[in-house]
Design a protein. Structure first.
Length: 222
C-alpha cells in the first residue's frame, strides 16, 4: 500500500480486505466507504493484533504508550494529528525503519513491529542517548513492505549515510532512520551538564553505517 499526501499535514490511506491500516488513536480525520475502526490490544510494538509481556514492559518503561486503532473494511481514510507535518516513508522490505513511538502516525498493518532497546543500537552509548535526548531507552522498529507516515515539526529532510560518510544530528531534530545505522552520542560537556539538555551545540547524535536518517526542521518535541 502507498499512502497519498493530501496536504503537508494530511495523508490518505486506501483500506481494503487484507490491506488494513494501523494509526494512532485520534488521528482519523475523515473516512469514506465502509471502514470500521477498533482498538489494538498491546499498542506500539505489539504487531497488528497482539502483544507480549516484554513489549508491554518496554512500552511502560519508555513512557510512550501510544494507543493504536486498526482500520478495516473497504474505503479511504484521511489521517493527521494536531496539525503536525507528515512525512511518508516507503519500505521495500529490505531494511527496517526505526522511529520514536510518539512520531508514528499510521502504517500498513501487515508490517512487523517491535520495541528495540537502544542499547542494542550502539551498546551503552545507545542507552545513554535515550537519557540525553529525553526520547527514552526504547524505540519502535517497523519492517516489511509498505508505507509509514511519521510526524514532525516543520516537515523533514532525508540525509543519506554511507561510504564512510557520517552525519551529525541535533537530538531533538532526529525523527527516524532506515537501514543499518549506528547512533552514538557525541558531547563536549560533562554528563552533569549534558543530561537534561538537548542542545545540538553541546550534544549531537553521530550517525554512521549505511542508510538514511530523517531530520525535522525544528528542535521542538511533539
Amino acid at each position: 500500500m502507498t499512502f497519498t499526501k493530501v496536504t503537508s499535514k494530511v495523508v490518505l490511506a486506501e483500506v481494503r480486505p487484507g490491506q488494513e491500516v494501523l494509526a494512532r488513536r485520534g488521528a482519523m480525520l475523515a473516512s469514506t466507504g465502509d471502514v470500521r475502526f477498533s482498538p489494538v490490544v498491546g499498542g506500539p510494538g505489539a504487531g497488528a493484533y497482539g502483544g507480549g509481556l516484554a513489549a508491554s514492559l518496554a512500552r511502560g518503561m519508555q513512557g510512550e504508550a501510544v494507543a493504536l486503532m486498526v482500520a478495516e473494511g473497504s474505503g479511504a481514510v484521511h489521517y493527521g494529528f494536531r496539525g503536525h507535518h507528515v512525512t511518508i516513508v516507503d519500505l521495500d522490505g529490505s531494511q527496517p525503519l526505526s522511529v520514536e513511538a510518539d512520531r508514528l502516525l499510521a502504517h500498513d498493518a501487515s508490517m512487523s513491529s517491535s520495541v528495540v532497546f537502544l542499547g542494542q543500537q550502539g551498546g551503552l552509548r545507545g542507552a545513554v542517548r535515550g537519557a540525553v535526548t529525553g526520547q527514552g531507552l526504547f524505540t519502535t522498529q517497523l519492517s516489511g513492505r509498505g508505507s509509514v507516515a511519521v510526524l514532525s515539526h516543520g516537515g523533514t529532510f532525508a540525509l543519506r549515510v554511507g561510504g564512510g560518510r557520517q552525519v551529525f544530528v541535533d537530538p531533538q531534530a532526529y525523527v527516524a532512520h532506515v537501514g543499518d545505522l549506528r547512533i552514538d552520542v557525541v558531547t563536549a560537556l560533562s554528563w552533569r551538564d549534558a543530561v537534561g539538555r538537548g542542545s545540538g551545540e553541546g550534544v549531537q547524535l553521530k550517525v554512521s553505517g549505511e542508510g538514511t536518517v530523517h531530520v525535522q526542521a525544528s528542535e521542538e518535541k511533539l
